[in-house]
Design a protein around this ligand. Structure first.
Ligand code: SAM
Length: 265
């Protein structure tokens, strides 16, 4: 694409990745083949888009910035394998955008809405594999084990559905303009047998978010605050779920939370 782009818009998290080796590594990590459709979140100036087009059969790029979306459309006017949707990704069904339930997802995502994007992409129909460039701190939260400092609602929700892995770190100097934080490449792949089933996903999310809003309280108290009832009800529920009432949410695994949800139903 040509230069002379408009000034990066800070509120849209516009930090453009310029290191060609990192762009190639992100695209490689997706393992896209010519049979694959890739949805890209926030193509920006199209640096990652180009790498994705070299590997995948089709790319559907969702970009909220109309000016950049228009520039991309012009630059790839002769490329029928690229479609551009100029919308907020959080308002787009990813599978509908892909036009198929079998798709991959990639994105150097805007850092101010990373967590909502991760949750959005966990909803059904979800991508077969997702590769994100996110703040290192968020990537560490996603993969954190129960009981560790970084473990929280995001970790439990992702890990109940998917396997998450940090592939490598990316220095701030690889972007224009450089962000204030370090970044990392995060891979998320749905589990063949998720910890929770489709009907449980929404109540699980609500329960886990609620529990972590009280992460320093003991589960005996957390359960009462979440669902009402007396101390005996809470003890019975936790007993059924085989959870020690003295534990705090921060040490409960996704499996523990799933048992708690099922005990209540
Ligand atoms: N992919 C490009 C790259 O690697 O250089 C750009 C990455 S930049 C960190 C994030 C991109 O997401 C920007 O182009 C920004 O305009 C776009 N964006 C921000 N909020 C968005 C949203 N809600 N929906 C879709 N795109 C968004």
């Amino acid at each position: 694409m040509s230069d002379n782009f408009p000034k990066p818009r800070k509120h849209l998290g516009q930090h453009f990745l310029t290191d060609p080796r990192i762009l190639a590594r992100i695209a490689d990590a997706l393992h896209a083949t010519p049979q694959d459709t890739v949805v890209e979140i926030g193509p920006g100036r199209g640096a990652l888009t180009e790498q994705l087009l070299q590997r995948a059969g089709r790319v559907v790029a969702i970009e909220i910035d109309r000016v950049l979306a228009g520039r991309l459309r012009d630059a790839y006017a002769d490329e029928p394998r690229l479609s551009i949707i100029d919308k907020d990704v959080l308002e787009v069904s990813l599978a509908e955008a892909a036009g198929t339930d079998e798709f991959l997802l990639a994105g150097n995502v805007p850092y101010n809405i990373t967590t909502p994007i991760l949750f959005h992409a966990l909803r059904r129909v979800r991508p077969r594999r997702a590769i994100y460039l996110v703040q290192r701190e968020v990537a560490e939260r996603v993969v954190a084990a129960a009981g560790s400092e970084a473990y929280g609602a995001l970790s439990a929700n992702v890990q109940a559905i998917a396997r998450a892995e940090i592939l490598f770190k990316v220095a701030a100097g690889s972007f224009t303009p450089p962000p204030k934080v370090e970044s990392a490449i995060l891979k998320i792949e749905p589990l063949d047998t998720p910890v929770i089933n489709a009907d449980e996903e929404e109540p699980f999310r609500v329960m886990v978010q609620g529990a972590f809003s009280m992460r320093r309280k003991q589960m005996a108290r957390v359960v009462r605050e979440l669902w009402g009832g007396g101390a005996e009800d809470a003890a019975a529920l936790l007993g059924q779920a085989e959870i020690n009432p003295m534990l705090r949410p921060e040490v409960l695994s996704p499996h523990d939370f799933a048992r708690l949800l099922r005990a209540r139903r």
